[in-house]
Write a protein that binds this ligand. Structure first.
Ligand code: NI
Length: 134
């Protein structure tokens, strides 16, 4: 973190009361930390919208018995090797696999990879979680 900078904010009493209840329920230690997180979230949203570099994880479950699906998943991951940092495969049970794909790269490329995997028959659920890369 760089130097601390302090500033005041004027808000409606109703708005700050509502915010305080919200952050208390989430167990924030202070308003400052809650506001820092809001700012980080907004800056990440801006980075994503502008096609900047982000890091993230694609978490997906799929049908282990769809043999052609496994090959397609591997082919797609090779196509996107430049943004894939690692892939972890977990055999959930006899018929289901969980895959966690760590990614870092341009937000549109990551979205493209995520969508390419999501639409495949046999993929039961996919969630893309994006975070800052720096
Ligand atoms: Ni498996």
């Amino acid at each position: 973190m760089g130097d601390l900078y302090r500033f005041g904010i004027s808000l409606d009493r109703e708005l700050i009361d509502s915010f305080d209840r919200h952050i208390a329920a989430q167990h924030y230690q202070s308003r400052s930390e809650a506001i820092r997180d809001l700012i980080r979230e907004e800056l990440l949203r801006k980075t994503t919208a502008e096609g900047g570099t982000v890091a993230g994880a694609i978490v997906m479950t799929y049908d282990h018995h769809k043999r052609e699906l496994v090959n397609t998943l591997i082919d797609i991951q090779h196509d996107f090797h430049e943004i894939i940092i690692s892939t972890q495969h977990v055999h959930l049970d006899h018929g289901n696999c969980l895959e966690v794909i760590a990614v870092k790269g341009s937000a549109p490329e990551i979205e493209k990879l995520s969508t390419a995997l999501k639409v495949l028959v046999g993929v039961k659920h996919l969630n893309l979680c994006v975070s800052t890369s720096d």
